[in-house]
Design a protein around this ligand. Sequence first.
Ligand SMILES: Cc1ncc(C[n+]2csc(CCOP(=O)(O)OP(=O)(O)O)c2C)c(N)n1
Ligand code: SF4
Length: 335
Amino acid sequence: MTETFTNATQILEPFRGVKKVTLEEYFTSGHRTCQGCESALVMKLMVKAAGPRTIVLGATGCMYVANTTYYTTPWVVPWMHTQLGSSGSAALGTAAGLKALMKKGKMKAEPINVIAFCGDGGGADMGLGAISATLTHKEYNSLILMYDNESYANTDIQASGSTPYGANTTFSPPGSVKRLMHTRWKKNMAGMLAAGHPECRYVATVDASYAVEMMNKVRKALSIGGPTFIHSLDPCPKGWDYDPMLSHELGELAVETGVFPLYEVEDGVVRHYGKSKAIAEGRPRKPVREYLLKQGRFAHFLEEDIEYFQAKVDEMWNKWEIPGVIPFWKEGRPR
Ligand SMILES: Cc1ncc(C[n+]2csc(CCOP(=O)(O)OP(=O)(O)O)c2C)c(N)n1
Ligand code: SF4
């Protein structure tokens, strides 16, 4: 990536390699997330990429509760809590408020980033309507980042619309009569939002195991102007049931197995990037079993479950119009 991000808000050059990443931290010590929590890393990288002139708005969930113990906070930038389903409304309201205050001369006119984050419960389920509404208002600059730990983690791991097929959650424990309680395939959030919101110029998927790439996607989203959306896949040691030292590896495996494709949709143009680009160009994918069997939430899987999971991922890459983005079948093409 070599381009400069020019836009309605500001210019944020991409970091050209890890050594060029700024040293300043705006999400520091003082939080109580679990050891190995990738969502905490996402917060840290997200705001590091955005820089000091940023307002962060956080929907209820682990990244609110664990980050705001009474009288402590890791946030160095201004931060506000918003309701579980309100990340979209908070982003739009704050962006509109800033614009109005600047227009009336009540505050200095300057670029200020507005980032609202939500978990998958707050984003893919409860807050979907508000996110969708925000993505239709092209006159207000904001980024909504959905950190996806694939469950309602803060309230003890309930299944969400983003939980993978077959996973053991407190809502879907495997039993002797019904071995798989959760048999829905995960929602395609980024694809759905990109396909349905022509006013939104930028939608991307990210994974903090690829940190520089992730930060550059945040910088691009904040630079392009208008409302934008990023979906981040975050390994969660508690909910996924694995040794915290494996977080980085699981993030890589999600991409290398093709379970979570990394792509961006910029002004209607789809681009895969990183290892997903190599896969899209023909590089073999790792078997999904390497990803699934490292996680206790899939420990009850039989061979047939792994085969089903693999078949669904294969279908996405082999048969979809654009892997990870558009799950429509071409008329006349055999399924
Ligand atoms: C309207 C509403 N219903 C329920 C709750 C209780 N609640 C607090 S956090 C949470 C889980 C949020 O899950 P998610 O958005 O996926 O974020 P995570 O906890 O995984 O970080 C729930 C259900 C709430 N705060 N508000
Ligand atoms: S439960 Fe998961 S998302 Fe929540 S703080 Fe722990 S590791 Fe992070």
